[in-house]
Design a protein around this ligand. Structure first.
Ligand code: COA
Length: 178
């Protein structure tokens, strides 16, 4: 898949060095949008390597094949769980985030996983409202599986606003065979 000079592809080991740079750059946009003043954190190298090993680390690469955005997912409790997505500031609002998300949801369908989940900010335009436009809905607290309860609790522990953190789910409709 390639449009607008950006290609969505599986990450390679030599992309991993770019991930923290992209995440830190994107963090400033996110922090400004929700007023978070804490220290930025990045995905640990081991978590990136795990996603890479499971073929669930996707990158958006520019015309010279340099990663400008990434999405890290995992298979968790029989679901596809999206752990992180970041696009470098200069490349945001060009549809790259949507393409990364559509690509990983497609992969989840191919794997026969029934649903995709994530946790995010309820209010930021490019968080929950964006994911809702991709078919995600908020999970009520009574619906939360234990692993998502733990993820949300860890985020609050890290200083995020409990009133704004939510978990979302999207059904992954099986592909029809022609
Ligand atoms: C979330 C993120 C990965 C989306 O990447 P992107 O390439 O900008 O995504 P898209 O261009 O597909 O835009 C997605 C939607 O968000 C909107 N959007 C993106 N950036 C925005 C901004 N700064 N302000 C307002 N809206 C914005 C787009 O208009 C688009 O809305 P639409 O689908 O209704 O047109 C990127 O904004 C980012 O890295 N943000 C900081 C980190 C973050 O929030 N990560 C997700 C944590 S859950």
């Amino acid at each position: 898949m390639s449009t607008g000079g950006v290609t969505i592809r599986l990450a390679r080991l030599d992309d991993l060095g770019r991930m923290a740079e992209i995440e830190l750059d994107a963090h400033d946009v996110w922090a400004a949008a929700c007023g978070f003043a804490g220290e930025p954190s990045v995905m640990p190298r081991e978590a990136l390597e795990k996603a890479l090993g499971e073929d669930l680390l996707l990158v958006a690469a520019d015309e010279v094949d340099r990663a400008v955005g990434f999405l890290a997912a995992m298979e968790r409790e029989g679901r596809l769980h999206i752990g992180e997505m970041s696009v470098e500031t200069a490349w945001q609002k060009k549809g790259i985030g949507r393409r990364l998300m559509e690509a990983v949801l497609e992969e989840g369908r191919k794997r026969g996983l029934p649903a995709a989940t994530l946790t995010t900010d309820r209010l930021i335009t490019f968080n929950a409202p964006f994911y809702a436009s991709l078919g995600f809905r908020e999970l009520a607290s009574s619906e939360l599986p234990p692993d998502l309860q733990e993820t949300l609790a860890a985020e609050v522990e890290a200083g995020l606003d409990p009133e704004r953190r939510i978990a979302m789910v999207a059904p992954l409709t099986p592909l029809t065979r022609s």
